[in-house]
Design a protein around this ligand. Structure first.
Ligand code: DP6
Length: 360
């Protein structure tokens, strides 16, 4: 598969206006994407759980422009509020995808978006937001060419979403998505995410993710800056090789349902991500004291009870607590009794594995 595949257009219709709408979820990486090449191509393959409740709902209103079609024409609203500060990110996204969607300058767009999670939760909305927008744009392409198959539709939407935000290409489908070429995963590609194509043990069905909101502020380091820190990083090469090995290992874990091995791999990935940030130049510590308190509590609880509770982190202080559905009652009780005290204003979100985006 190469880029040309996404350039082919066979438009038969030219709608002059309309409305399309999608909801698309967030995702949490088990093997992390951290480091990218030019054109939003990942330095290493990654795999994520798609989430169920944390999602973005986007409505895209499009209207044929009269007269000049210089530049892009759009307005963005979050929760009905005009958001000019979102403009640069969308402008960059449109520039990156213009050659794959040649109709972009023909329309004026009104992008109305909302998240099911609070805006100031420290949960990145770029994965759900960019994937929802990419899907809306693909729905317009579909109106122009109704012959696009469902699989080509999703693949191109993931390809476009990647150009908005790397991890967004893993948000369209569920319940596990791989992004980045790996010899052990058939069909995997650096260009788009694919639904994990192998058998997954029942232990991982409805896997739970309780997100503990330790720090709801703006991210201290944007992911763009973070990925850039991997250029010239002394441990970059080893890290990228490790991620390739981890994808091979997790394939085996997902098949056998080995929860101990799952816990070891996922926690090691989370801590490695943060270790990369601590050992870059400039260096950052994105965990907060309460992040460490929570991790230590999780470890003691696991040792005392033998229950398969684990954590992962994204590029911030919040903690994703991961556990099988069958242990949910006991573990949720522990979370409420022992961990919620470390959350900002006691806030947390109960989520679980989900099955991807939906057209509304
Ligand atoms: C730590 O996808 O947000 O969450 O491509 O620059 O938009 P950009 O980066 P982004 O990076 C996500 C990094 C991560 C790990 C992951 O989701 O794999």
């Amino acid at each position: 598969m190469n880029l040309k595949h996404f350039l082919v257009h066979n438009y038969q219709y030219s709608p002059s206006n309309g409305v399309v709408s999608w909801s698309s979820p967030s995702n949490i990486a088990l093997v992390k994407y951290w480091g990218k090449k030019e054109h939003q191509l990942p330095e290493n393959p990654s795999i994520s759980f798609t989430l169920e409740s944390c999602k973005t709902i986007t409505e895209l209103i499009f209207e044929k422009r009269e007269g000049t079609t210089d530049g892009f024409s759009f307005e963005v609203f979050l929760d009905e509020e005009f958001k000019p500060d979102f403009h640069p990110k969308i402008e960059t996204f449109f520039k990156r995808i213009e050659s794959y969607l040649p109709f972009l300058k023909d329309f004026h767009f009104i992008i109305k978006t909302k998240n099911t999670f609070p805006h100031s939760s420290g949960i990145a909305s770029s994965a759900s937001g960019m994937s929802a927008l990419a899907l809306c744009l693909m729905s317009i392409e579909k109106q122009k060419d109704p012959t696009i198959s469902d699989s080509d539709f999703i693949q191109k939407a993931s390809f476009l979403a990647r150009l908005g935000s790397g991890s967004a290409c893993r948000s369209l489908e569920g319940d596990l998505v791989v992004w980045g070429e790996h010899p052990g995963i058939e069909g995997s590609s650096d260009l788009f995410g694919i639904k994990y194509p192998y058998k997954v043990h029942d232990n991982f069905k409805n896997y739970q993710d309780t997100i503990l909101l330790v720090d709801k502020g703006e991210k201290q380091v944007s992911s763009t800056v973070g990925h850039d820190l991997m250029y010239g990083h002394p441990f970059a090469k080893q890290r990228f090789n490790q991620a390739v090995d981890h994808i091979s290992t997790i394939k085996n874990i997902l098949e056998t349902g080995d929860l101990d091995a799952f816990i070891a791999l996922v926690e090691s990935e989370a801590l490695t991500l943060h270790a990369m940030m601590m050992t870059s130049m400039p260096y950052f510590i994105l965990m907060k004291p309460n992040t460490l308190e929570i991790i230590n509590k999780i470890w003691s609880f696991r040792q005392d009870t033998g229950l398969p509770i684990s954590f992962t982190l994204d590029a911030g202080a919040n903690v994703h607590v991961l556990y099988p559905e069958k242990d949910a009652v006991k573990i949720l009780e522990f979370i409420k009794l022992e961990l919620v005290a470390y959350c900002q204003n006691g806030h947390y979100i109960c989520d679980k594995i989900g099955f991807g985006a939906k057209q509304l």
